[in-house]
Ligand binder design. Structure first.
Ligand code: S6P
Ligand code: ZN
Length: 205
C-alpha cells in the first residue's frame, strides 16, 4: 500500500469519514466526545488582580470556558475541530480570557470562526511581535504559525468560536503562565480598553 491509497499516518486502516452537527445559531456541537472545562480556580496567575480572582473563586468558582471536541488522532494530516465557549465576566476590571498558548509544534496555524459574542484574539510571537484582532459573529480570525493566541470576551454573552487546527499541533503553555501577553483587555464603566503590558503589570504586589 502506498501513500496515495493509505492516508493514515500510522499506516493502519484509513479513518472512516464522519460528520457531526454544529448548530451555528446556538453555537454548540452536538454530542462532543471530549469536554475541557476551566473554572476561575484554573486561572490563578493569569490575571493582574490576583485578589479579585480569589474573591471570585470564594464566591462560587464560576465557569470560565469550555472546549467541546470530537478528537481525531494527533497526527500530521488530520485536522482537529472544536468549539470554544468563553463566558462573559470580569476579574477586577480585566475581561474573562482563555489561558492562551503556543502550539507545541509551533509552525502550525489555526482558524477561529466566531459564532457568537464579541471580544479579541490577542497574539504574540517569541520574537516580540504582538497583535489584538477583534472577534465578533461571522468574523474569522487567522492565527498564523508561530503566534501564541488567547481569546478574550469583552461582551455580556458567551464568546463562542469554531476552531480548526492541525491535529499534531498540541499546546505549549509554559511561557504564557510566566510572561503573559503584551496586551491586556480591560472593561471600565462599559468601555473596553487595550492596555499595553508593563514589566510589573502582570504581577501586582
Ligand atoms: C487549540 C485551540 C483551542 C484552545 C481553547 C482553550 O489549539 O486554540 O481549542 O485550546 O480555546 O484555550 P487554552 O489556551 O486554555 O488552551
Ligand atoms: Zn491553538
Amino acid at each position: 500500500m502506498n501513500a496515495h491509497n493509505n492516508p493514515s499516518a500510522a499506516g493502519g486502516a484509513p479513518m472512516t469519514p464522519w460528520a457531526i452537527e454544529i448548530d451555528l445559531l446556538e453555537a454548540t456541537m452536538r454530542m462532543p466526545d471530549r469536554l475541557l472545562v476551566r473554572r476561575a480556580s484554573d486561572m490563578r496567575g493569569y490575571y493582574r488582580d490576583a485578589a479579585a480572582l480569589e474573591h471570585l473563586i470564594a464566591a462560587g468558582d464560576p465557569l470560565h470556558y469550555e472546549v467541546l471536541e470530537k478528537p481525531v488522532p494527533e497526527e500530521r494530516g488530520h485536522l482537529m475541530v472544536c468549539i470554544s465557549r468563553l463566558q462573559p465576566g470580569l476579574v477586577g476590571d480585566e475581561c474573562f480570557m482563555t489561558k492562551g498558548h503556543f502550539h507545541a509544534v509551533p509552525a502550525t496555524g489555526e482558524i477561529y470562526l466566531c459564532l457568537r459574542g464579541t471580544g479579541f484574539m490577542v497574539m504574540k510571537t517569541a520574537a516580540g511581535l504582538k497583535a489584538a484582532v477583534p472577534m465578533r459573529r461571522h468574523q474569522m480570525v487567522y492565527v498564523p504559525p508561530w503566534w501564541a493566541h488567547r481569546s478574550i470576551n469583552t461582551g455580556d454573552e458567551p464568546l463562542v468560536s469554531f476552531c480548526v487546527y492541525p491535529a499534531e499541533a498540541g499546546h505549549n503553555y509554559g511561557d504564557i503562565a510566566t510572561a503573559g501577553f503584551p496586551q491586556r483587555i480591560l472593561r471600565r464603566g462599559g468601555a473596553v480598553q487595550i492596555v499595553e503590558e508593563t514589566a510589573n503589570f502582570s504581577r501586582p504586589a
